[in-house]
Design a binder for this molecule. Sequence first.
Ligand code: SF4
Length: 189
Amino acid sequence: MRACRQCLEAGFSVIPGAVFSGPASARLMIVGQAPGVTECETGRPFNGSSGQRLFDWLAEAGWEESDFRAGQYMTAVTKCYPGKSPNGKGDRAPTRAEQKLCAPYLEQELTLVEPQVVVPVGSLAVRRFMGAVRLTDVVGTVVEGGEGRLIVPLPHPSGVNLWLNRPENQERVAEALTHLERLRQELAL
Ligand code: SF4
């Protein structure tokens, strides 16, 4: 996977170098959209400013960042940095074609790790596991995802400020973190 050049060869402007981490024995898998530039440079998922917010959330569910990184699996729908958005606002979202090219890798990760809990982070990752849903309808819920998995969706910590301006959305995230804390204890994650 780390040597994959499929998107480049298909004409997409990714920075190759797949980013993912965690042991195959992990029982929880976080799936983001795609790595950012800091993640690409360091080779560590969620290592930038958005990662800080994600780990702040996970701390509310009872995980220290170092323990979480050592024990759980972190990946994304597409594994390489897609580069900046053409309009200059943040990073480019991977196209459907890139998502399709990268999909077998996520399938392999799910098969290898067999997580009991999957936490898709952000709309694009949430759609991969839950179909065409709105974050406001699913954040704060726990859904059976088939193959014995529980899905606990979260918004993407990058660019979430506007969404979190609404108190009901803050409550949705708090509810999701309460579910994660409960599952961490019940399943000894
Ligand atoms: S995003 Fe996925 S499919 Fe595209 S080059 Fe990277 S590893 Fe390969």
